[in-house]
Design a protein around this ligand. Sequence first.
Ligand SMILES: [Zn+2]
Length: 790
Amino acid sequence: MAAKWIISLILSGSLFFSPVLAQSKGQKASFDGQAAFDTVQALAADTMLGRKSGELGGRMAAEYIVSKLKEWGLEPAGVNGSFYQDLKIEYFEPEKGAALEILAWGKKREFVYGEDWRQQTYSGSGHLAADIVFAGYGISAPQKGYDDYSGLDVKGKLVLFSTDSPRPLEDKLKDEAQFQSRVRAAQEHGACGVLTFRSETPPSGFFGGFRGNLKKEAYQPDFVIISLENRVVDFIFKHLKTELRYLFQQIETTTKPQSFDTGVRSFINLDITYDENRPTRNVLAKISGSDKNLKNEIIMLGAHFDHLGIDMTGDVYNGADDNASGTAVVMEVARVMKLNRAKPKRTTVFALWAAEEDGLLGSKYYTENPIYPLDKTLTYINLDMEGHGSGRVNFRGVYYGPEIWDILKARLPKDLLDNVNSGRGGPGGSDHTYFLSSGVPAFFVATDGFHFRTNRVGDVIGLIQPEILKKAGDFVGAAVEVLATEPVIPVLSRRRENYYWKYQTIVNHEVPALDKVIEAHKDVQDPDVDFQLAAVVEKEGATGDVLRIEALKNLLAGLEKIRESKGLSAYSGAVPSMMGGRRMFGGQPAKTTVLVGLRGVATFRDDPRWADVFSKQGAAFVWLDRPAALLGDQGLNDEGKKIVAAIGKANLLMVVSGLDPAQNKLVLESANKPLFLVVSSQPSADILELVKKTKSSIGLILGKDEDPAAYFRKLDEAKKAVGAEILAIVAESCLWGKPGKEQMVGLIGEMLKAKYESEDLANLFSGAFMSVLERARATDTARASMFMPF
Ligand SMILES: [Zn+2]
């Protein structure tokens, strides 16, 4: 109490000194890097216990922040006139003292938590000694003729299995091979837990370690779910009269399980605290707008204040850079605005989010339960990691909020702008994510350059530089001031739909001639169209070798021009930056990737070997529109067979359009490779069956003037029948133009109304097409199956 009294005395005393004096002389106080540093120091102290949401440390950090905001005179902006917005999060945490020992043939070995083994999320607790039973892949599908549990007694035992899948059975066991299903199988067979490992070393960069992605239904209080490093599995097998690789080889070749009781015992001690509804809270403060018309509009500045808590060995994760730094910058901007008696026209909200480290839960909750209407929230600026780096400031999100960036560019002083790296931005990585997907133009500010020890124990106050905090603070403080006072800030219509339009990878299936594509788009900047199909130019009237040589020259010249252009890039096999059908750009401006192909078979009809030449030189597909001449009554005629075989052999994707249902059926029945079948109406069940069987994808044409709502009903029917993974939207309109875009934005509106998952949108817009392209272009079946969505 005494200390508090002295502090308040000092504080009231300070009113007579410099800051307010400066104010009275008309000088504005500016962002104080040292003051922000002091805040970081308080938040990153060991006594804050790593600020984990759902724990004491998280609570103390929130209380500290609120006490400061109150002290500085900020208005509460939380629920019911408070500074808080309460929410509940799922809390899952292993307790100290986790241990795992293996007793094999009289030898006991202890393994290190975090290095040799760890639990999966939704593991229960266990204090047990149990036998280990090897069960191959842990898959139980007796109805489909494969059961790793057949003849096995696992009651009260630990089931050891690989999380990979038996390759010959992959397609058949799609559901049963889900990790969730394998865990359930062990539970249903009465096991007390599972020990999992990876039998195959993943291709580098393809997967990280194994993460189960279980749903909470997997949780049973006394059922442990543990991942082992291979050295632990090696120890279990060390003295057994068999070898793992042999067992998996046997399963592959015979498709028969190879399960057995190992006779090896395991001792496990694992205490899990799992709480489905752990309370935590966001902190919100504001400065109310002074303009009677604009005060209902919101400018929001935010940062997460939570971090990772304390680990099993007692080390505190102080999270000074991540993200005491961003929190401190937001708070300091607020403090200085109050100090300067700022009277912004719009209401300025300062948000400090909880549970970012648990999956952006605090900001997600806010966007689902907004205190201020999101359609009146003109922008959200997010700060995460502002304490290290080169001194420049990264400002990501200009592709998604160009209207905001234009204002900042016009109004901010040159010296501030000169220090900013603006970037495309997009969702992911921090709390701007759910604002973007709610349609709010949202930006991500982080200081540029190297950040030390992110998410590691050494992220401490000693590495934080006050002058770098100030760089971030000067920029966002000025940006907030501009945005809170600018007379008019446009609010675009259909913001949410437009966000998805921009975020989705868009394929323009229109196939203009390659030289037209280059001419029209060579200088595009950050285009909405991500992939553009283009046709090799064929000389009119030419035939045979003259036609081929001219076409080949045009292809090579076109690809060269693409390489030299600013806005285009050429498709070259797999697209490494695809994630679930969406293209990842990071901060880089996007280029449109041009996919060149052949329209028709004129260039190789009389000499099918030429299909291979075009493919090797960079062509990716052959589009056959109404190829009726290749069809007989029973399927492909002799010439058709030859041509289709040549296209397949050349690893070109065959696109077929314009045929009637009977003809489509004939083509699919004689397809020897996956193809892209373009249709204008909902295909019949037998065609869909054939599409699946041939691992093809289907494109449903969106007509030039078709009403988006009417089209959506067709698309939804087809999606129900065949799944979004192999269904693509093929717009007839050019998507570079306004009408095409409007139509698509309308369609997105229908999809969002129907609550389509983001993953579905990704597949429908590009994933189904890109994946069939990969499947058709794969040179061997093993690689092809990597691209199968099943
Ligand atoms: Zn962070």
